[in-house]
Design a protein around this ligand. Structure first.
Ligand code: FAD
Length: 426
């Protein structure tokens, strides 16, 4: 049998009419220049343009070339540290307000989804327990949610598990009823149209090569000449290169990989995931999966490599991870495999603010579908001097580590250690 070809383009991009705008004339001067045309940059550009500020968004690649066309489209409460962990570090009040922002980000996207065409589905999410101990912890967590931070959670025992997933891999789990899903590329295009509709200019294939302070703002050097900007927003997340060494020392780019199965038919997908929920589990090395927006395929993702590699090279490992959960899929073909760089931070929290006069919002730790539009809006409000832009996260330092300059040498040993912990079921 001839080996079949696997596309390394995200499934969501199949047939998507991606606009190209690189031949547009660039203005010599703008009020706001946004670097990066992903969810953050486009959400921010909408706010500043709608407020009457001339706004230009530049991307080094295609529009949304980064994570915003490559993600899994899962929408969930996304503050990684628990309330208790944050409380121990920052006190009860700030911990509460940080956690609230996680809930507010989902609520904001839910309200935006009424206005834009992003393929919003109120699917809910299921988190499978990797061990009986994890299941007991899930029960305790669901029963002791901090007041004011409650999510609608149901516990599913192992005996009931087939109501959620046609697999015996887990030891029960939790259903998060407020989780949702989007079609990542539809959401990207909708945010693009919204920013352009407010008057922002968005140009692809125009890398910014340097940003220099000037008397009245910044001189922004691009592959197509220099542009003067009163304000600059760095919205480069996991793709933050040498442009700003200070930011590069604070975000950890980590490859996240996804595969898509061939179309399996809606009935078969429903038999695997009866409620078509987003799926994840309690392992340290995370996996996540869901039905495709048309309900015909499984999209399966996770951290497949110890060190960064070609997405096609990761297919066997991701396949193996998927087949352990769904042995019944062993014979199906994989048609797409792709990778994107998510931005982790040393405190696993997102960060927004202003450094040396340049604004930024980044570090969503793989959960930017709700957080990037939300914090993109917040940082734009800060740039506009609006008090609504204030965030609990303004009160935090954006931490770095000694000897870290943007190349995460510690990643491979960490992932290896986490895999070992998962394997022994801790
Ligand atoms: C495989 C994968 C699965 C994911 N799944 C989920 C999920 O299910 N749910 C969830 O919440 N999150 C998920 N995420 C994360 C989410 O996609 C991101 O957090 C979010 O898209 C970040 O948006 P952004 O606009 O900040 O950054 P990006 O979309 O990454 O955009 C940054 C942009 O900056 C541009 N850029 C960089 N340097 C320059 C320069 N010098 N000049 C001009 N442009 C520049 C890049 O080209 C890029 O387009 C996933 C990510 C990946 C990779």
């Amino acid at each position: 049998m001839m080996p079949h070809k696997i596309s390394s383009t995200p499934l969501w991009m199949d047939g998507a009419a991606m606009p190209q705008s690189f031949d547009q004339a660039l203005p010599a001067q703008v009020d706001v220049l946004v670097i990066g045309a992903g969810y953050t940059g486009l959400a921010a550009a909408h706010e500043t343009a709608a407020a009457g500020r001339s706004t230009l968004v530049l991307d080094a690649g295609a529009i949304g070339a980064g994570c915003s066309s490559r993600n899994g489209g899962q929408v969930a409460y996304s503050i990684k540290p628990t309330y208790e962990e944050l409380k121990a570090k920052h006190g009860a009040d700030l911990a509460f307000r940080i956690c609230r922002e996680g809930l507010d980000a989902v609520a904001y996207l839910r309200s935006l989804a009424v206005q834009i065409d992003c393929g919003w589905r109120e699917s809910g999410g299921f988190c499978g327990a990797h061990t009986p101990r994890h299941f007991r912890q899930m029960v305790r967590d669901a029963e002791s949610q901090p007041r004011g931070l409650e999510q609608r959670i149901s516990i599913v025992s192992k005996a009931q598990q087939h109501e959620e997933i046609a697999s015996d891999f887990y030891h029960g789990g939790s259903v998060y009823h407020d989780d949702a899903s989007v079609d990542p590329t539809r959401m990207l295009l909708a945010l693009l149209r919204r920013a352009q509709g407010s008057g922002a200019t968005v140009v692809d294939l125009c890398p910014v090569t340097a940003v220099q302070s000037s008397a009245d703002g910044f001189e922004v050097l691009t592959s197509r000449g220099t542009i003067r900007a009163r304000q600059v927003l760095l919205a480069t997340n996991g793709y933050s290169g040498p442009l700003s060494p200070w930011h590069r020392r604070r975000v950890i780019p980590i490859g996240s990989y996804q595969i898509a199965t061939e179309p399996l038919g809606a009935a078969r997908i429903r038999s695997l995931l009866p409620h078509a929920r987003n799926m994840a589990d309690s392992r340290r090395v995370v996996v996540y999966f869901r039905p495709s927006p048309d309900g015909e395929r499984i999209i399966f993702g996770g951290r497949a490599a110890l060190a960064e590699t070609d997405p096609l090279a990761c297919v066997p490992r991701l396949r193996q991870m998927m087949d352990r959960i769904f042995p019944q899929l062993q014979a199906v073909r994989i048609t797409h495999a792709w990778v994107g760089w998510v931005a982790y931070t040393f405190d696993t929290l997102p960060h927004l603010g202003c450094h040396d006069g340049m604004h930024y919002s980044m570090g969503y730790c793989g959960q930017g579908v709700p957080m990037a539009p939300y914090f993109g809006r917040r940082i734009a409000q800060q740039m506009l001097g609006l008090k609504e832009g204030r965030s609990a996260l303004d009160e935090l330092q954006f931490p770095s580590r000694p000897y870290y300059h943007g190349k995460p040498w510690f990643l491979a040993p960490s992932v290896f250690a986490y895999r070992m912990i998962d394997a022994v079921g801790l």
